[in-house]
Ligand binder design. Structure first.
Ligand SMILES: Cc1cc2nc3c(=O)[nH]c(=O)nc-3n(C[C@H](O)[C@H](O)[C@H](O)COP(=O)(O)OP(=O)(O)OC[C@H]3O[C@@H](n4cnc5c(N)ncnc54)[C@H](O)[C@@H]3O)c2cc1C
Length: 507
């Protein structure tokens, strides 16, 4: 399930010996992957080493990374990226050599990119081209997975819905969740509409273990113009010399961190929030006016195009930005083979909690994680089918769960209220009072939404968003310390004695 970098990588690998059905709820190329800008972190340049990339990733993760998972992703990464290049992904080059950029937290220039700032689109379309060539991969677009089919702790497929074809049961020998993140539970987010955490909710309902749900990464700089989509202004803009200024035009980052604009993402997000509060303003600004116009336009063509459409010339004007929810570090707990705790069910990419990111994701590490864990999931799923003697035997399932019918509910109103609540009470800065308030509100909304039987994705997504939000809030309440992207103003210190551990949830 899912057609981003993780889902398509899994499909391609599994299709070597198995027939694969890819179910995706929108068109094939509508997902977080397509919007990825900055690049992929990978050890391919002379002088860089796997050891350095592992160390940078572990440092960012602040004690909660799974070292074996980090080692697997980082050391498999170069092979997977080479493969992607063979499949036609064109990364930016100078004199026939890949260009490498350095991003905050990386000790070496190891970020490759495509068309300046459209890396995800290039990766996605290279994978789609291959998927379309393979006869034993079928793609069902605009098909919404509502739930997994499980019996006795074993997954046998999923229930899916299509506007014209209705509900279908899909029986599968192995099921892979590559359904991405859940940025949509926040009012401010870089994620597209599809990122409502459906896979996390489905896995939880099926009895899988979820882990680290309090660790939601906020991206410090998204374009902030009321009414406009929250378009990301990639980290590399700061890497190229972009300066953050407050409403008064003052550069503020050197006051907060020695690395100034290149400080870790969580530090930049928190600093921006403080400046917004101090200056009583809705946003801060990125200033790139000192960078030569030609360089700006060729390096950031997509950002130029979007800003132009709002009358902002990046070579002359300040770019208004503020933080927004960006990446779910937690998710469905998986092992080194991308297996979840439910038999025959796999998870990969952003939906999974592989242990790669710990408490803070290093920029550009997630496309790499999607490529590698997607590959691993596809490979293990396929190999285990070949080894197994078990036949796929469909069985009868109850048609109705016996839930009550829909009453007069304004689903959009509840969705918007939930997103505002999450932003206000479970966002960049958290404390017990606000988290308890969020818990109470979510419980109240849940009491009249969760027992309803809906007939289309609007209701199912809302149920999933309520479930995922409640897990984020409960985990954030539980973790009484600040670590990585989780910042509690009432517990500002990192507490390695009591909290150097994971928080897990299982139904
Ligand atoms: C604006 C932006 C910029 C980014 N920049 C970078 C970057 O430069 N480098 C980097 O490494 N990472 C970046 N990231 C993060 C990275 O893009 C994602 O973490 C990664 O692409 C996730 O891939 P995925 O395959 O796991 O999920 P996705 O690409 O999000 O795919 C999820 C898929 O699941 C499908 N799906 C979801 N629910 C259902 C359902 N119920 N039924 C059926 N299908 C469903 C969706 O339709 C979608 O196809 C960025 C993210 C964003 C949003």
């Amino acid at each position: 399930m899912g057609s981003g970098v993780a889902g398509l990588s899994a499909a391609i690998e599994a299709s070597k010996h198995c027939s694969v059905l890819v179910v995706t709820k929108d068109k094939i190329d509508e997902n977080n992957t397509v919007y990825a800008q900055g690049g992929i972190a990978v050890v391919l340049s002379a002088g860089d080493t796997i050891v350095k990339h592992i160390k940078d990733t572990l440092d960012a993760g602040q004690g909660l990374c799974d070292k074996a998972a980090v080692k697997t992703v980082v050391s498999e990464g170069p092979k997977r990226v080479h493969e992607l290049i063979e499949w036609g992904a064109a990364f930016d080059k100078e004199d026939d050599r890949l260009i490498f950029t350095q991003e905050g937290g990386h000790s070496f220039p190891r970020i490759i990119r495509a068309q300046g700032d459209s890396t995800g689109r290039e990766v996605e379309h290279a994978l789609i081209r291959l998927v379309k060539e393979y006869k034993n991969i079928t793609v069902l677009e605009h098909t919404f997975a509502t739930d997994l089919i499980t019996r006795d702790g074993i997954c046998h497929g999923a229930i899916v819905w299509h506007a014209k074809k209705g509900t279908t049961l899909i029986w599968a020998k192995r099921t892979i969740l590559a359904t991405g993140g859940c940025g949509q539970v926040y009012r401010e987010t870089t994620n597209p509409d599809v990122a409502t955490g459906d896979g996390l909710a489905m896995a939880y309902r099926a009895g899988a273990v979820l882990q680290d749900m309090e660790f939601v990464q906020f991206h410090p700089t998204t374009l902030y113009i009321a009414g406009a989509v929250r378009f990301l202004i990639t980290e590399t803009v700061r890497g190229e010399g972009g300066i953050l200024r407050n409403k008064r035009g003052e550069r503020f980052m050197p006051r907060y961190h020695q690395q100034a604009e290149l400080a870790p993402r969580d530090v930049v997000s928190q600093s921006i929030l403080k400046e917004m509060q101090k200056t009583d303003h809705t946003n801060v600004y990125i200033d790139v006016r000192h960078i030569p116009r030609e360089r700006l336009y060729t390096r950031f063509p997509k950002i130029k195009e979007i800003c132009d459409s709002f009358g902002i010339d990046i070579a002359k004007d300040l770019i208004p930005v503020r933080p927004s929810a960006h990446y779910m570090i937690g998710g469905i707990k998986t092992d080194q083979f991308s297996r979840t705790t439910v038999r025959q069910l796999y998870a990969c990419g952003e939906a999974a909690c592989t242990g790669m990111h710990g408490a803070n994701r290093l920029g550009s590490n997630s496309l790499l994680e999607g490529l590698v864990t997607g590959y691993t999931a596809g490979k293990d799923a396929c190999e285990s089918i070949q080894k197994s003697v078990r036949k796929l035997v469909p069985y009868t399932i109850r048609e109705s769960m016996g839930l009550s019918k829909i009453s007069w509910l304004d689903l959009n109103d509840i969705r918007n209220s939930l997103k505002s609540l999450m932003w206000r009470d479970a966002g960049i800065e958290r404390d017990e009072r606000h988290l308890l308030e969020a818990e109470e509100m979510i419980e109240m909304w849940g009491s009249y939404v969760m027992d309803k039987e809906f007939s289309n994705p609007t209701g199912w997504e809302l149920q999933n968003m309520i479930l995922v939000s409640s897990l984020i809030v409960s985990s954030a309440l539980k973790r009484k310390e600040s670590r990585g992207v989780h910042h509690r103003t009432d517990y500002p210190e990192t507490d390695n004695i009591r909290w150097k551990k994971h928080i897990t949830w299982v139904l």
